[in-house]
Ligand binder design. Structure first.
Ligand SMILES: Nc1ncnc2c1ncn2[C@@H]1O[C@H](COP(=O)(O)OP(=O)(O)OP(=O)(O)O)[C@@H](O)[C@H]1O
Ligand SMILES: [Mg+2]
Length: 437
C-alpha cells in the first residue's frame, strides 16, 4: 500500500466507511472475502467479550457457592472415614483428623461466601501428618483426593526448589491444583493441596544450622510460607517456558487448605531427647531413662510438638501455619495381615483378579500370609514391601500359568514365602470351574 493513497473499505458490521491511510490504521480486513471490521466495532466486540467473561466468572462463583450445600451433605466426617476405611487399614485417628479437616474446609468456604467483612472469621486449619515409612500417608491422601468434590492436588515437596535453582518452583503445587480444578480459578482458590515428603525440605541439621549452610531448603520453606500465609501466586501454563513475557495465571492461596506429610525420620530421637531433658529437670530423670528404652516409636511420636518440628529443621513460621499435628501409627503384624486381603485394592485380591483371567483360582494359606507379614516387618518399610514379597513368589506362577488354558488352582504355602518352594498347582474339579475371583 502506497503511503499517500488512502484505501477505503466498508465495515461489514456498521457499514461505515473505513479509510486506511497507513498500516497503523488497518482494521481487521480479509482481502479474499472483502470482510472488514472498523476500529469502533472491534472495541465493541472486545467490551462484549470482557463483560461476557466477567459474567462467566460471577456465574462460576455462584455455581460453586451453590454446590457447597450438597457437598457438605455428602462429605460429612463419618462418610469420609467410611470411604477411607475401604482402602486404608487402621490409622483411625489420622482418618478422623483428615475427615474433620476436609468437612471444616467445606464449612469455612460456605461461611466465606455468606458473610460480610468484619464478621467473625473462621481461620484455616492446615494439617501436618507424621508417621513411619509405609504406614499409609501417601495412600490415605491419594484416596481422599479421589473422593472429594473440590480440587485436590498432591505435590511431592522434595521435588521443589527455590526459584533460580534447578527443579520445580513451589508454584508448581498451585499449578497442579489449578489443573485438578479444570483450570477454574474460583475452584482452585478453594481447593486442597497435599505436600508429600514434606520432611525432605527440612533444614539439614535443624535449628542450629546456619541459614547459609543450606540455602535451598530454607528458600523453599520461605517460598512455601508465603503460600501458606495466603498470597497471589503466579505461574505459567503447563508446557510453557518461564520467561518475563510469558502470560501467567494468578491464584490467591488464602482459602486453599494445606495438608503436609512426611516420615520425619529421626524425629523420635528429637522427641526422646526433649522428654528426657524436661523430665530430668523435674527430677524424674532416672525413671524416664528406664522407660525410654521400652518406649516404642509410636509412644514418642504421639507426643510430638512444634518445638520438635523446629529442631528437626522446619522454620517456626511454617509450623505456626500448621496448627493440626496428626500422627500415624507403625503397622504391626496383624495390620499388615489385614492389608494383604481386606482393602478393595488389597495385593492378594489384585493377584487373584489377574490370575482369574487365566482361569486360575489363586489361594493363599493363612500361614503364608502371616509369613509375608512377618517378612515385611523385618524389612522395616511398613506395608510398602508387602507387594514386593508376594511378587517374588508370583513371578514364576505368572510366567508359567498362561502356557495352558486349563482351569487350575494355585496355592501359595508358607514354604513358598519362607523357603522359596514352588506353589502348588492342581487342576480344578469340574464343579469348581465356575468360580470367579
Ligand atoms: N494402613 C494401610 N492400609 C492399607 N494399605 C496401606 C497402609 N499403609 C500402607 N499401605 C500400602 O503400602 C504402600 C506404601 O504406603 P504409602 O506410600 O502410603 O506409605 P507412606 O506412609 O507415604 O510412606 P513414606 O513416608 O515412605 O512415603 C501403598 O501401596 C499402600 O497402599
Ligand atoms: Mg509417602
Amino acid at each position: 500500500m502506497a503511503k499517500n493513497t488512502p484505501v477505503q473499505h466498508v465495515c461489514s458490521f456498521c457499514k461505515r466507511l473505513i479509510t486506511i491511510r497507513d498500516q497503523y490504521d488497518l482494521p481487521i480486513f480479509d482481502p479474499q472475502s472483502g470482510f472488514a471490521i472498523c476500529k469502533s466495532c472491534i472495541k465493541d466486540i472486545y467490551r462484549f467479550l470482557e463483560e461476557h467473561d466477567q459474567n462467566v466468572e460471577q456465574k462460576h462463583k455462584k455455581n460453586f457457592a451453590a454446590s457447597l450445600d450438597a457437598a457438605l451433605e455428602k462429605n460429612k466426617p463419618h462418610i469420609i472415614k467410611e470411604y477411607l476405611d475401604q482402602y486404608i487399614i487402621e490409622q483411625d485417628r489420622a482418618k478422623k483428623v483428615l475427615a474433620v479437616a476436609v468437612y471444616n474446609h467445606y464449612k469455612r468456604m460456605k461461611y466465606g461466601y455468606e458473610t460480610q467483612p468484619g464478621e467473625t472469621e473462621i481461620e484455616k486449619s492446615n494439617v501436618i501428618m507424621l508417621g513411619p515409612s509405609g504406614c499409609g500417608k501417601t495412600a490415605l491422601l491419594s484416596h481422599l483426593s479421589t473422593m472429594l468434590d473440590i480440587p485436590f492436588a498432591v505435590t511431592d515437596a522434595s521435588s521443589l526448589t527455590e526459584a533460580g535453582f534447578v527443579g520445580a518452583d513451589v508454584e508448581v503445587a498451585v499449578r497442579n491444583l489449578y489443573y485438578a480444578a479444570d483450570k477454574d480459578i474460583e475452584r482452585t482458590e478453594h481447593g486442597i493441596i497435599y505436600l508429600d515428603e514434606f520432611d525432605k525440605i527440612a533444614r539439614k541439621s535443624g535449628e542450629n544450622n546456619s541459614i547459609t549452610a543450606d540455602p535451598g531448603h530454607e528458600g523453599v520453606q520461605q517460598a512455601l510460607l508465603k503460600m501458606l500465609e495466603g498470597s497471589q501466586v503466579e505461574f505459567t501454563a503447563r508446557g510453557q517456558r518461564k520467561h518475563p513475557e510469558a502470560p501467567t495465571i494468578k491464584v490467591n492461596t488464602q482459602n486453599i487448605l494445606f495438608i503436609v506429610g512426611g516420615a520425619f525420620v529421626g524425629i523420635d530421637d528429637v522427641i526422646a531427647k526433649r522428654l528426657q531433658k524436661s523430665d530430668a529437670n523435674i527430677g524424674f530423670g532416672a525413671k524416664v531413662e528406664g522407660e525410654k528404652d521400652k518406649a516404642k516409636y509410636d509412644e514418642l511420636i504421639r507426643q510430638v510438638n512444634p518445638e520438635d518440628l523446629m529442631k528437626y529443621g522446619i522454620i517456626p513460621e511454617i509450623i505456626g501455619r500448621l496448627p493440626i499435628i496428626c500422627t500415624l501409627e507403625t503397622l504391626d503384624e496383624n495390620a499388615l495381615l489385614r492389608i494383604l486381603t481386606e482393602p478393595i485394592n488389597a495385593p492378594v485380591r489384585q493377584y487373584q483378579k489377574l490370575l482369574a483371567m487365566d482361569h486360575v483360582k489363586l489361594e493363599f494359606e493363612d500361614a503364608a500370609l502371616r509369613a509375608v507379614a512377618k517378612k515385611a516387618i523385618e524389612r522395616k518399610t511398613g506395608a510398602r514391601s508387602l507387594k514386593g514379597i508376594i511378587e517374588d513368589v508370583m513371578l514364576d506362577v505368572m510366567f508359567d500359568i498362561p502356557r495352558s488354558a486349563e482351569p487350575r488352582r494355585v496355592t501359595i504355602t508358607e514354604a513358598c514365602i519362607t523357603e522359596g518352594a514352588r506353589p502348588e498347582v492342581e487342576l480344578l474339579e469340574e464343579d469348581e470351574e465356575s468360580w470367579s475371583a
